[in-house]
Design a protein around this ligand. Structure first.
Ligand SMILES: [Zn+2]
Length: 90
């Protein structure tokens, strides 16, 4: 999903501006995988007290990546060094 964006950036880190062979996709502060997945799953709660959900796995598998769009709102594309530093400040 992030491949195209990384190519658009020509593999240049959005923080230090250095060109790398591979960029990481870093969740922007305030966004994280768990939060996004919980948001999707919360649509399927059938019993709030017991925290029971009933999902259609195929549908949820599509909804989770859809919930990461627009990609720029959720990710920064950073080199490994910048990614580590960025996450440390979260
Ligand atoms: Zn960097």
């Amino acid at each position: 999903m992030t491949k195209r964006k990384k190519q658009e950036l020509k593999h240049v880190c959005q923080r230090c501006g250095k060109k790398k062979t591979e960029l990481d996709s870093a969740y922007i502060r305030g966004m994280d995988r768990k939060k996004i997945i919980n948001g999707v799953l919360s649509r399927y709660v059938i019993n709030e007290d017991k925290q029971i959900i009933k999902i259609d796995v195929g549908r949820v598998e599509k909804e989770i990546p859809e919930s990461h769009k627009p990609i720029d709102k959720y990710f920064k594309f950073l080199c490994t060094k910048c990614h580590t530093e960025y996450d440390a400040k979260k």
